[in-house]
Write a protein that binds this ligand. Structure first.
Ligand SMILES: Cc1ncc(COP(=O)(O)O)c(C=O)c1O
Length: 394
């Protein structure tokens, strides 16, 4: 099936956020072995600056899990970013790059006891939790620590929901913070996650409203909190357009102003995807091209197991921008392809109905845009195929 002319042309524009420094023309001149992830650190610094502008007074703690490359950590540390970790391993990584544990947030609500103890020992003092069991764990292994409760919030407008796995109900959160106090911990704050790649600014407003109601109830108990942590969820541009960070920031700032009984001293956010996704292009080679039962198949040297696991995780539709090294990428007709990985497993298939030039063939390269987030950190060497090599400019 050939695409209609209008569809064809709609596919032939790079998303406006594709870094100018990583244009297909430039990538085609490179001779690095594939697969590799080419990352423009200037884009990460630019997104960090946009967070500061869109949400003034909110401290940014980059979610290390998103892309833990030393170059990314160093670039963000240099511009003054804080960090958020999911494990002691991530804290050790940060320490190796000179980040002080005291400035780091540990926001995984369910942690191994040994990681809590090691982080506490290293000087990290702020821990998330969402249950009684976790509070007891923290009280035992990090006595006196400051704790912030993770609220379950509506994440239905995100591509990657998280609230089934984590989050206390609002009525439980109040009792949990009281329990924290009685265990000798410091009731410190509230956090929530509206789901990764959240596309509705109203999700943050509703979550802040729930936070405000909790703050009011806690004030009745004589507990005043010191931190609100907006966590992550800020969307990056893939193919579909998303609300701008300025729009989300405006909604967040207004909600904080209107819906809280008081403004805690520390307001923080933990963006991951927003800072990293648009900074990188994943460059892969075509290993094979076949027609199977009338379906065009393209076999690449990366697949879901080599960095593109997210293509299999979402119930909600979303698409990575794709381009190729074909000199006739624009002029050739396009047709739909099923794009799969190099392994003997069919579960490494990434894209269905991807519109690509009919001329694409073995040894051409495919450029997968907005690939800086949750790619390298997910990549394995399943079937003996190496993960993408990280490369940096900027
Ligand atoms: C606790 C926490 N903070 C921040 C993030 C970053 O979220 P995102 O990449 O959507 O900004 C995550 C992602 O899973 C998370 O679990």
């Amino acid at each position: 099936m050939r695409l209609a002319v209008a569809d064809h042309h709609a596919q032939l524009r790079l998303p406006s956020n594709w870094p100018k420094t990583l244009s297909p023309g430039f990538l085609a001149t490179l001779e690095h072995p594939t697969p590799y992830l080419m990352c423009d650190l200037a884009t990460i610094r630019d997104r960090y600056a946009r967070v500061s502008t869109a949400m003034p007074g909110i401290d940014c703690h980059y979610a290390v899990k998103c892309n833990d490359s030393p170059e990314v950590i160093t670039a963000l540390a240099e511009v003054g970013s804080g960090f958020e970790v999911a494990s002691f391993g991530e804290l050790e990584l940060l320490q190796r790059h000179g980040v002080a544990p005291a400035d780091v947030l540990y926001s995984n609500p369910v942690k191994p006891a040994s990681h809590i103890a090691a982080a506490h020992e290293a000087g990290l003092w702020r821990f998330a939790f969402d249950s009684e069991g976790e509070l007891h764990k923290i009280a035992t292994h990090a006595p006196g620590a400051a704790v912030y409760v993770r609220l379950r919030v509506d994440d239905s407008t995100s591509v990657f929901p998280l609230s089934r796995k984590f989050g206390a109900e609002a009525h439980e959160a109040r009792a949990l913070l009281q329990l924290a106090k009685s265990l000798g911990l410091r009731p410190y704050g509230v956090t929530f996650h509206v789901g990764s790649q959240c596309t509705s600014p109203n999700a943050w407003r509703q979550a802040i409203a729930a936070t405000g109601r909790l703050l009011t109830r806690l004030a009745d108990d004589g507990i005043e909190l010191e931190m609100i942590n907006l966590s992550g969820g800020f969307p990056a541009r893939y193919v579909e357009s998303v609300p701008s960070l300025d729009l989300i920031g405006g909604t967040v700032m207004a909600a904080l102003d209107e819906l809280l009984p008081y403004i805690p001293e520390h307001l923080v956010a933990e963006p991951g995807r927003y800072l990293a996704a648009e900074s990188a292009v994943l460059v892969a080679s075509v290993l094979g091209r076949e027609v199977r039962a009338g379906e065009n198949w393209l076999y690449l040297d990366v697949g879901a197991y080599h960095g593109l696991m997210e293509t299999q995780q979402s119930m909600n539709p979303w698409r990575f921008p794709l381009w190729s090294s074909r000199p006739d990428h624009i002029s050739a007709a396009h047709e739909p392809f099923t794009v799969t990985g190099p392994t003997c497993d069919s579960s490494d298939t990434m894209f269905f109905g991807a519109s690509l030039p009919t001329t694409i063939d073995v040894d051409d390269q495919l450029y997968i845009g907005s690939a800086g987030a949750y790619t390298l950190s997910y990549a394995t060497n399943f079937n003996g195929f190496p993960p993408p090599t990280p490369r940096f400019i900027g």
